[in-house]
Design a protein around this ligand. Structure first.
Ligand SMILES: [Zn+2]
Length: 182
């Protein structure tokens, strides 16, 4: 028996672990992957058998560390909100970039203007479900579907068109015909 002293054995085990850490972790991971279902079943069984005890211990731990746990929860929530905001920001940029590219590509259906996306607008030819804008909370897929019902107009042509529409000088069919010819 090389290690009679349990302290000594513990120490040697520690050294062995540190020396072969990579190898041990890899083997352990492989074992876990291979026996995924079995381990899951085993854990479930253990839980069912020791349920009362586990719940009691959990409750005890909670009571003893209440402040810490609540603080952790608060932090987690804060992080999630920040994460969500960042996701929204990215989504907004992505949508804006795509919409701007689309506007420039199409240009005004009446006069052909295509210099600045800021001066190009979506005009619905009917069947409007929502206004298209980068602030819209809908995904790109849904926005693209809505865009299919629109033509692009520059701000000037858009204002003019709405004025004419107000004066009933032009019908919806008229705009459709015009946008198709360009
Ligand atoms: Zn125009």
């Amino acid at each position: 028996m090389p290690y009679k002293d349990p302290e000594d054995r513990k120490q040697q085990g520690k050294i062995y672990y540190l020396k072969n850490r990579e190898k041990i972790l890899k083997r352990s991971k492989e074992h876990q992957e291979k026996n995924k279902e079995k381990i899951k079943q085993y854990k479930k069984q253990r839980y069912m058998i020791n349920r009362e005890k586990i719940l009691k211990e959990r409750e005890k731990y909670y009571q003893e560390n209440k402040d810490y746990i609540l603080e952790q929860h608060k932090q987690y929530k804060k992080d999630r909100i920040e994460q969500h905001r960042e996701y929204k920001r990215q989504d907004y940029r992505k949508r804006k970039k795509w919409l701007n590219g689309y506007k420039i590509l199409k240009g005004c259906s009446i006069c052909g203007y295509n210099r600045s996306p800021a001066a190009l607008e979506f005009h619905h030819n009917g069947g409007k479900e929502f206004t298209i804008g980068e602030c819209s909370s809908y995904g790109l897929k849904r926005i693209k579907k809505e865009i299919a019902k629109c033509i692009i107009l520059c701000s000037n042509c858009h204002r003019e068109l709405h004025e004419k529409k107000r004066k009933k000088m032009i019908t919806k069919e008229g705009i459709n015909a015009k946008s198709k010819t360009q």
